[in-house]
Write a protein that binds this ligand. Structure first.
Ligand code: PEP
Ligand code: MG
Length: 311
């Protein structure tokens, strides 16, 4: 009788460690949904829709002026549905559009997008959504239709918010689109120092979760362009100032019963995982290739904390 090589005898899908902190995955293109789901992640911590929208080759405003709203909404529905389907019933946190203006300028209709001196500090995220309600409405309509189809695992997340006023306005748009904020999970990204400092007021505005967008939070806290190689050495997601903002946000959120998570790149790094688990974060969302390592790192830190508590 032939012996099986040792490698072949191992289970095909390694056993996922049980952790109190959820470990989720980030998804930027619907085509990655299957691979992302196969990681055994507890859900999608960030589903970006920029790729879906930009791949249409036309600005959202041009779709509207061409009476092409339907095609625009359908594209978002199709992309988000692919991911929501793959993960169901695990939760999928879909973020409303957050592309800087220079990315729209390359599209058909881009000539109408004002040139900005510093797009990263410009018209993007929730400011663009609140400033262009006709475009924002289409995204929310896509999400509402997905809820109507039964995808109750969807959660709505707003990017680049600064304060409760923006959150209240975004929530109102959600309601007008037929999404009941009392019934659905929704929340914000913490990407600016202002949002970290104002999270208590945002909690009172009814958010269910706050998710650290450390790519931007680092950029705005340290005043360092995340895409500028000349200052790459200053860009440090583990800078004490960034960690302090994260730590105090987690504490405030805990007092208000708001869940916390991370969906920036730093969530894939062991040192950040360690800090977050020690601080009591609810979930960590990592890149597809990092999920397995993050699951094990979370387990390791949780076990150490448990041991420390009984010593
Ligand atoms: C972030 O800022 O950390 C984030 C996840 O958003 P994006 O990278 O899309 O700006
Ligand atoms: Mg961001």
């Amino acid at each position: 009788k032939q012996r099986q090589p040792v490698e072949d005898a191992r289970p095909k899908t390694p056993v996922k460690p049980m952790t109190a902190t959820e470990v989720k995955v980030n998804v930027s293109i619907p085509e990655a949904a299957e691979r992302a789901a196969a990681t055994g992640a507890d859900g999608v911590g960030l589903l970006r829709i920029e790729h879906m929208v930009l791949s249409l080759g036309k600005t959202p405003e041009r779709f509207i002026s061409d009476n092409g709203e339907r095609a625009y909404v359908d594209e978002i529905i199709e992309g988000v549905r692919t991911v929501a389907d793959e993960f169901y019933p695990r939760p999928v946190r879909v973020r409303t559009l957050d592309a800087p203006s220079d990315e729209f300028r390359q599209l058909q209709g881009g000539e109408d997008v004002p040139r900005e001196h510093n797009p990263m500090l410009g018209y993007r995220g929730i400011r663009r959504s609140l400033g262009n309600p006709s475009v924002f409405k289409l995204e929310l309509e896509a999400f509402r239709r997905l809820y109507d189809m039964g995808y109750d695992n969807l959660e709505v997340m707003f990017p680049l918010v600064n304060d409760a006023e923006e959150v209240i306005r975004a929530r109102q748009h959600m309601k007008e689109a037929g999404i009941d904020p009392e019934k659905r999970e929704w929340g914000v990204m913490i990407e600016t120092p202002a949002s970290a400092l104002q999270v208590g007021a945002m909690a009172e505005a009814g958010i269910d979760f706050a998710s650290f967008g450390t790519n931007d939070l680092t950029q705005y806290t340290l005043a360092v362009d995340r895409n500028n190689e000349n200052v790459a050495s200053v860009y440090d997601e583990l800078h004490p100032a960034v960690l302090e903002l994260i730590g105090s946000t987690i504490e405030t959120c805990r007092e208000h019963g708001v869940k916390t998570s991370i969906c920036g790149q730093a969530g894939s790094k062991p040192k950040m995982v360690q800090y977050l688990v020690e601080s009591g974060v609810s979930s960590i969302s990592a890149n597809i290739d990092a999920v397995r390592d993050v699951q094990h790192e979370v387990k390791r830190v949780e076990q150490r904390l448990l041991l420390d508590s009984v010593r």
